[in-house]
Design a protein around this ligand. Structure first.
Ligand SMILES: *Cc1c(COP(=O)(O)O)cnc(C)c1O
Length: 377
């Protein structure tokens, strides 16, 4: 037996056949491979403003303490979050990105004897975490293309899959890669139907970008639904994706379970101080929100003018249907120094997911895409 198949057989059952996460292409890699410069990345829903200056100052000041282990309980960051949301710090679990939290949830609650449900087109980390834990995976079919929330979560389909064995449900709101969302009314009705033995994870990685009426106030529901877990992150609007810090808000007894499997120092010390500073910098947040609102409208208008179909988004990215295979268009954009996200792995071979950038980046993207699309038709 060759080494590859030997190790494949030695791997834990859930790890066999697992396909690793494919991140957006890094700028350095593109420039190395294509021998180009001045590239831009609109592929990973990062904040085009960069990190808040307030966070950088805090991080620099804390660098002198790097010989010491971080505060493993994340006391100061938890206190800052607790004040910010007016919640008990015991409701918080800090993660090395919210990705870490999703994995902690799967490790804590999933076994081969129970089921996890998530949507057909939702964030791939749910599948990775559930599959690694060797749980039974149930995929809820998404809304059809013609729906008001095309390819979005269909909570009716989730409800139909509930069983005695359903242990974990992952809901992304808004969803990545579609940008679609679920109203407070619909989510609340759904939570009322979910039995106590089923934990509902509502992933709100983009919540701070949302400005539409009717978006759920999930934090206000935690007392009523002890099986509800809300996850948030500093990677998106707070501009700190490289530091890796996210968190869950849940019932304290559920947080206590996650704490058992959490690595003692999963959030590093620079991440903790930078997150505290960023959280206090609501001016930065407002700037990012405003920039995103106008950029999202600009991109949507430009794509629509190119006769491309845009999935309506409330996040900082947009899913565009090119009406043709997206791979050659993705390649042509790369050659022009623009990295976007192919989403064939999500089941969208004709779509690209494009992050809202700075105004000049958005214009460069739309001008380049227009040329590619026109040359092609
Ligand atoms: C980006 C993203 C995350 C967060 O990632 P972290 O950087 O690990 O916090 C979580 N969920 C969704 C849906 C995302 O798009």
């Amino acid at each position: 037996m060759d080494r590859k198949s030997l190790f494949e057989n030695l791997a834990a059952h859930g790890v066999r056949g697992l396909q690793p996460y494919v991140p957006g292409k890094p700028i350095d890699e593109l420039e190395r491979e294509y021998g180009i410069s001045q590239s831009i990345k609109l592929a990973s829903n990062e904040n085009p403003l960069g990190p808040p200056a307030s966070a950088l100052r805090a991080l620099n000041a804390a660098a002198t303490q790097l010989a010491l282990y971080p505060d493993g309980s994340g006391h100061a960051l938890k206190q800052a979050l607790a004040d910010h949301f007016a919640i008990d710090p015991a409701c918080l679990t800090l993660g090395n990105g919210s990705n870490d939290i999703l994995v902690l949830l799967a490790e804590s609650f999933l076994t081969p004897a129970v089921e996890a449900i998530f949507d057909q087109y939702s964030f791939v980390v749910y599948r990775l975490a559930a599959q690694a834990a060797d749980a039974v995976i149930r995929i809820a079919p998404s809304n059809p293309a013609g729906h008001a929330q095309p390819y979005g979560h269909d909570l009716g389909a989730f409800t139909a899959m509930l069983s005695d064995r359903t242990r974990l449900i992952f809901i992304a709101n808004p969803n990545n890669p579609t940008g679609t969302w679920i109203s407070g009314e619909a989510l609340y009705e759904f939570l009322k139907r979910v039995p106590a033995h089923t934990i509902v994870v509502v992933d709100e990685a983009y919540a701070e970008y949302v400005s539409c009426d009717g978006y759920p106030d999930t934090l206000g529901w935690l007392a009523q639904f002890p099986n509800l877990v809300v996850t948030r992150t500093f990677s998106k609007i707070y501009g700190l994706a490289g530091l890796r810090v996210g968190y869950a808000i849940s019932h304290p007894d559920l947080a206590e379970i996650l704490n058992r499997v959490r690595q003692p120092f999963n959030v590093n010390s620079l991440a903790q101080v930078a997150a505290i500073a960023a959280l206090a910098d609501q001016e930065f947040l407002q700037r990012a929100r405003d920039l995103n609102r106008s950029g999202l409208a600009e991109l949507t208008d430009a794509f629509t003018a190119m006769r491309l179909t845009v999935v309506p988004s409330i996040g900082n990215f947009v899913l565009v249907d090119l009406g043709r295979p997206a791979a050659p268009v993705y390649e042509a954009l790369l050659r022009a120094g623009i990295i976007v996200r192919p989403v064939a792995n999500y089941g969208f071979p004709n779509h690209l997911r494009i992050t809202v950038g700075l105004p000049e980046q958005n214009r460069r993207l739309t001008a380049t895409l227009r040329k590619i699309v026109e040359a092609d038709s």
